[in-house]
Unconditional design. Structure first.
Length: 353
């Protein structure tokens, strides 16, 4: 049997360069108090031996762990995974966060926490004690859970609050949900729609109400009616079906519907077809999120593209470079964009003009 190649460690580098472990650690961590000649000597040994710095080696300096912890809601994440319907929130989190962390020699660790648990502080406290992260990224609804933010303040751990713009500790970051909802509504108004329904998300999330605000603002600006046209869902497919049926049962049903995520829009598409309506001729549909499912429906869904990856990338960067004191104003706003596809058109038209 072939002998297993021994892994190169920081001790091998130190021995080859003839320096202490602490000196190698300072070079790995790119600390300023290392003479250029010494740095070159250690780097030569690293290159010669093919050494790849590990997190453990980087943590030897004691000042940093080189870990960023991202926390997502346990129940909703597991439900999305089990449904296997193309939801890619977590994928986009990892894409933006992990790549930016790697640029700075960090690693991003992803954990699930139940924000509704009576033991959330103990659960999160145990995770923090084990990982000792240099920063934490909170997603909704964790980002507005005072038990969680209070614990991080107590532990003096910098953190970013995605989907939160309330004053308080940590870095507040939003994806301009209000502006995106206004953009979506204005798109439909320009196509000629005058009765535009809105399926909101769960009021557990502040962003759900921000999206309603954006829809209302655009409708107000255009002098269009709103009574009965806003229905609350909870981001699930089932709630999207119920909300769509309620809107279509109105004496004057909408000619267009905006739904607050792709799953509810998919439900609206199915409910409309079940009622014998053609999309977009009889009913235009516009979605939020732009997950993979938006490109595999018939017709493909016009959608607000949520900048999830860009937001997490920015959060990681701010935590690494600035901790809890970003130089830019708060909340930090990362704007979304509108991707036009076949599910929206002028009333009575089969395709967008």
């Amino acid at each position: 049997m072939a002998r297993r190649r021994q892994a190169v460690t920081i001790k091998h580098v130190a021995a080859d360069a003839g320096v202490s472990l602490q000196t190698v650690s300072r070079v790995i961590n790119n600390e300023p108090n290392v003479r250029p000649a010494m740095k070159a000597k250690v780097q030569a040994s690293i290159d010669k031996l093919g050494y790849v710095p590990s997190i453990a080696a980087q943590r030897m300096s004691g000042s940093r762990s080189y870990l960023i912890l991202a926390i997502n809601d346990r129940d909703r994440t597991i439900a999305d995974w089990q449904a296997r319907q193309g939801t890619d929130w977590v994928d986009q989190m990892l894409l933006g966060g992990m790549l930016k962390a790697a640029e700075h020699g960090y690693r991003m660790i992803f954990e699930l926490v139940d924000t509704h648990s009576d033991h959330v502080e103990r659960e999160l406290g145990a995770t923090i004690a084990a990982l000792q992260p240099d920063g934490v990224i909170l997603t909704p609804p964790h980002s507005e859970n005072s038990l969680i933010t209070g614990l991080l303040v107590e532990r003096k751990i910098p953190f970013a609050r995605i989907g939160s713009k309330e004053p308080g500790p940590g870095i507040a970051m939003i994806m301009d949900d209000e502006g995106s909802a206004r953009l979506a509504t204005e798109h439909l108004i320009k196509l000629g729609h005058r009765r535009i329904g809105f399926i909101a998300g769960s009021d557990e999330y502040s962003l759900s109400n921000w999206r309603i605000d954006g829809w209302r603002a655009a409708m107000n600006d255009a002098g269009l009616p709103q009574d009965g046209l806003c229905v609350r869902g909870d981001f699930s497919y089932e709630s999207g079906v119920a909300a769509t049926e309620k809107l279509l049962a109105l004496d004057e049903p909408p000619t267009a519907i905006i739904a607050s995520n792709d799953q509810m829009t998919l439900a609206a598409l199915d409910a409309a077809k079940k009622k014998g309506l053609s999309v977009p001729r009889d009913l235009s549909l516009l979605s939020f999120d732009n997950t993979p499912v938006a490109r595999f429906t018939s017709p493909h869904l016009t959608a607000v593209d949520q900048p999830i990856a860009a937001t997490f990338s920015k959060a990681v960067e701010l935590l690494i470079l600035n901790g809890n004191a970003p130089e830019e104003p708060q909340p930090v706003v990362i704007a979304g964009s509108l991707i036009e596809r076949g599910s929206t058109a002028a009333p009575g038209s089969d395709a967008a003009g």
